[in-house]
Write a protein that binds this ligand. Structure first.
Ligand SMILES: [Zn+2]
Length: 159
């Protein structure tokens, strides 16, 4: 049920955005094309790429592949939101860690009191932690900027 995506080295920022929207996205800029295809085959993953040659190799191996178009990050995410039918809304209980693709788990203030700055602890009520890398997330100013970015992605007029 949980579809896996493998993203090429040119789409690092896109990989992070897709994880934030809850997709299971594997990305490693050190992978060669061969290695990437091998991983995708093993997991029956969908390949997302900007590289036409890689896209046609993936397709010839029977992999499902999406050639990502768009010159800017906004255009690329607009394209993917449409193509993959994504809800452009950030819900941390569904998000994956943008850094490592781990699952996020909601934790109490007490659990993270030693991990986040005091000001943040005072202002925020909800926290999530990545079960893989331990990074802590909350809905701060960074989150508001992310929301604005996603709004631009769904608004056709914006770039
Ligand atoms: Zn993580």
């Amino acid at each position: 049920m949980d579809e896996v995506f493998v993203v090429d080295a040119m789409l690092g920022r896109t990989a992070r955005w897709l994880r934030i929207l809850g997709l299971n996205v594997l990305y490693d800029p050190s992978w060669s094309d061969d290695r990437l295809l091998e991983v995708a085959l093993r997991l029956n993953a969908t390949v997302l790429t900007r590289d036409r040659e890689l896209a046609s190799r993936a397709a010839s191996m029977g992999l499902s592949v999406l050639e990502v178009s768009g010159k800017s990050e906004t255009e690329r995410m607009r394209f993917l939101i449409k193509k993959l039918g994504l809800r452009p809304v950030i819900d941390p209980s569904r998000s994956r860690c943008p850094v490592c693709n781990g699952s996020l788990r909601e934790v109490s203030k007490e659990d993270v009191s030693h991990l986040v700055p005091e000001g943040v602890l005072r202002r925020q009520e909800r926290f999530w932690i990545c079960v893989e890398c331990g990074k802590v997330y909350w809905l701060g100013s960074h989150f508001r900027n992310m929301k604005k970015f996603l709004e631009r992605c769904v608004n056709e007029a914006g770039t």
